[in-house]
Design a protein around this ligand. Structure first.
Ligand SMILES: [Ca+2]
Ligand SMILES: [Ca+2]
Length: 79
């Protein structure tokens, strides 16, 4: 048994949090924070802060995380 979630579950989690403010298809830093804290708190351990995580995910540096960028996190969780 592991914490792996199905692609459908991850997509619905992404959409649920991305829709909270601004662009419903993009996660702002605040939305990412809420998502991580509620669904994957184990990702924020030690030096792995939200700032680090957000910077890692936001590949194009536009200040929001798209579903495509979110896949990086999905791959981390799936490990
Ligand atoms: Ca949003
Ligand atoms: Ca981005």
């Amino acid at each position: 048994m592991c914490a792996k979630k199905s692609p459908e579950e991850l997509k619905s989690i992404f959409q649920k949090y991305a829709a909270k403010e601004g662009d419903p298809n993009q996660l702002s830093k605040e939305e990412l924070k809420q998502l991580i804290q509620a669904e994957f708190p184990s990702l924020l351990k030690g030096s792995n802060t939200l700032d680090h995580l957000f910077a890692e995910l936001d590949k194009n540096g536009d200040g929001e995380v798209s579903f495509e960028e979110f896949q990086v996190l999905v791959n981390k969780i799936a490990k």
